[in-house]
Ligand binder design. Structure first.
Ligand code: SF4
Length: 377
């Protein structure tokens, strides 16, 4: 079956954040129109016109770094190849500093019904430390502006365990977020990734990070307070009001296939994971020659599919349904991983709740340790 989800990568940013390891470049001086033309060419190498999909997600980079004309061009490409209707979940990522009334009009007119805003924190001092250009007040105003334009499905991306951040500061940011007109919060702890400005600073001992205990307290505060405010935790780091779970991201966690277009984009089609060339100029060159801009691809074995099913599926709070697993892989999950599952249940990290195998509350703090147990040599 053809994928029912599309990811489109727009790698341009007006600033580079100190923690960011995504595929991105400074927007200034880039030939964005040429990129959009290449993007269209790439899409034509995979699909013909008017394909039916359930979700489209435009991520980055910062898609809203595009000017109005470029946004219109991007949407005309998307509409040419994908059929967007009222039941399509159509998300775009945006940064508070990049979004205004005119751009929101264009988004809405083109069927965007979900905006994911990169807020990270409402503390101006912390925003500066992590290299963001916007202020907390700008973020609040952007949310109010989007909401008043009748796009009610708003996600906020937040990051905790930032350099110098204490628990009180995280409580303030989260409490402020909860009181805004939003439907979804993604809250991730800071990870210092290689090839980032923070990584270089950490190597030199120039970063003061909260301890692991404080980080765990921040996560616990988020889980408890978001639950009290009717934000249901449905994945390790994701919380939503009832009915506003991200349908697109659930496709990833349900291990479904998806198209991915753009520099550095990933896709999963016909049991094959594909990663595109990340460097924009190389991506453009491949498409000038009419060849798919693929950097690497891997057709998954049955064992690899099972491992991915586990480490993606166990990210969901409700976990994995063992009957669905049997139908999909013709295997009894509890038998196949008998020793691993028993050990993890005895350690209090996994539990079997009816037909659902899932992380315990304690297991949520140690997800990666649990997932590693299912990798067979
Ligand atoms: S975090 Fe977002 S805005 Fe910042 S550099 Fe990365 S992609 Fe760009």
């Amino acid at each position: 079956m053809a994928p029912k989800a599309v990811y489109i990568h727009i790698p341009f940013c007006t600033q580079i954040c100190n923690y960011c390891d995504f595929n991105k470049v400074y927007a200034k001086g880039q030939n964005i129109d040429k990129y959009l033309e290449a993007l269209e060419k790439e899409i034509t190498l995979y699909v013909s016109e008017s394909v039916e999909v359930e979700t489209i997600y435009i991520g980055g980079g910062t898609p809203t770094a595009l000017d109005e004309k470029q946004l219109v061009k991007l949407f005309s490409i998307i509409h040419r190849y994908f059929n967007v209707n009222s039941s399509t979940e159509f998300t775009i990522e945006a940064n508070p500093g990049d979004i205004d009334t005119e751009k929101i009009k264009i988004l809405k007119h083109n069927g965007i019904n979900r905006i994911s805003l990169g807020v990270q924190s409402f503390n101006d001092q912390l925003l500066k430390i992590i290299g963001r250009e916007h202020t907390g007040l700008q973020a609040t105003k952007s949310i109010e502006l989007i909401n008043s334009s009748n796009i009610e499905n708003i996600n906020l991306d937040l990051i905790y365990a930032l350099p110098t951040q204490d628990l009180l500061d995280w409580k303030k940011t989260l409490t402020h977020a909860i009181n805004l007109p939003i439907k979804h919060i993604s809250a991730y702890s800071l990870i210092i990734e290689p090839k980032t400005i923070f990584y270089i600073k950490a190597e030199k001992g120039e970063i003061e990070l909260p301890s692991n205990d404080i980080e765990a307290e921040m996560y616990e505060f988020a889980m408890n307070n978001l639950a009290e405010s009717s934000f249901n935790q449905y994945e390790i780091s994701n919380f939503s009001k009832y009915g506003y779970e991200s349908k697109h991201n659930l496709k990833y966690w349900n291990n479904e296939e998806y198209y991915g277009f753009g520099a550095g984009a990933h896709s999963y089609i016909n049991s094959t994971r594909v990663r595109n060339i990340g460097t924009t100029s190389h991506y453009l060159k491949a498409l000038e020659k009419n060849i798919k801009p693929i950097l690497e691809m891997n057709t998954l074995s049955q064992q690899e599919k099972i491992e991915e099913e586990l480490f993606l599926g166990l990210r969901k709070i409700k976990g994995i349904n063992i009957n669905n697993f049997r139908k999909r892989y013709s295997l009894d999950l509890l038998n196949y991983y008998n020793n691993e599952i028993n050990d993890l249940i005895l350690s209090g990290l996994l539990e079997l709740d009816g037909d659902q195998l899932k992380l315990t509350k304690n297991g949520l703090y140690f997800g990666n340790d649990v997932f590693m147990k299912f990798i067979k040599d």
